[in-house]
Ligand binder design. Structure first.
Ligand SMILES: CC(C)(COP(=O)(O)OP(=O)(O)OC[C@H]1O[C@@H](n2cnc3c(N)ncnc32)[C@H](O)[C@@H]1OP(=O)(O)O)[C@@H](O)C(=O)NCCC(=O)NCCS
Length: 195
């Protein structure tokens, strides 16, 4: 997995590449779809229903990939048959109270692409970029009830902080996972890549 190699888990060719502004609509669709399936039962229903139209999301991603492209680093997973099936974005850490310089803002794959090593490959690709742009430390905030937080534990993240936020009128608990040595993580991750 990686730059241009075929996906050895399936038959179709899958690549991870830097996102372009033309990907905004596809990223918005993946974002809305995976938000719904990930957060059903975790976030207020009305908040998930409000996402019914991806048009707002699409405008946001067009903005990020156009005007803010120097501040947001966005990668997509593209299946040659299905188009964009996942994405990850990151940049400078937004919570300056923690000693982490880089942050993963979002990392989502459509359900049917889970469990094939794509999350790891996407994570390593974005982490390599954040290592160059922001330095060797990284943080990600995840809902405490989201089982995907175990993915970040599998990636070597250590619980670093907790906070309570308000989303859609409800209080939600979040956990931060942190990395102190991205260089090692990226080196190990790359050595496991197929191509
Ligand atoms: C989180 C996510 C990106 C992981 O991607 P993935 O392709 O399924 O993960 P991988 O197949 O690359 O797995 C990598 C490792 O993480 C572990 N892992 C992945 N998801 C896990 C889970 N829910 N619970 C426990 N371990 C998990 C795998 O077992 C694997 O461990 P190993 O290398 O020791 O065998 C994907 O499940 C997803 O998009 N989830 C919904 C969106 C979300 O919640 N995103 C995070 C919030 S921003």
């Amino acid at each position: 997995m990686g730059g241009d190699g075929p996906d050895d888990a399936g038959g179709a060719r899958i690549v991870i590449r830097r996102a372009r502004v033309e990907d905004a609509a596809a990223i918005a669709r993946v974002h809305v779809d995976s938000w719904r399936s990930t957060y059903a039962g975790m976030l207020p229903e009305k908040m998930l229903l409000r996402l019914s139209s991806a048009s707002h999301e699409q405008r946001w991603w067009r903005h990020v990939l156009g005007r803010f492209r120097n501040r947001h680093y966005v990668y997509v997973v593209e299946d040659e048959a299905e188009g964009v099936v996942g994405f990850a974005s990151g940049g400078r850490a937004r919570d300056h109270g923690l000693a982490f310089r880089g942050e993963i803002y979002a990392l989502y794959l459509l359900d049917e692409y889970h469990g094939r090593g794509l999350g790891r490959a996407l994570f390593v690709r974005l982490a390599a970029r954040l290592l160059r742009e922001c330095g060797t430390t990284l943080v990600v905030w995840v809902l405490a009830t989201n089982p995907s937080r175990f993915f970040y534990e599998a990636m070597g993240g250590a619980r670093a902080a907790t906070r309570t936020d308000r989303m859609g009128g409800a209080r939600v608990d979040e956990v931060a996972y942190g990395w102190d040595d991205l260089e090692q993580l990226v080196a190990v991750g790359r050595s496991g890549e197929a191509g």
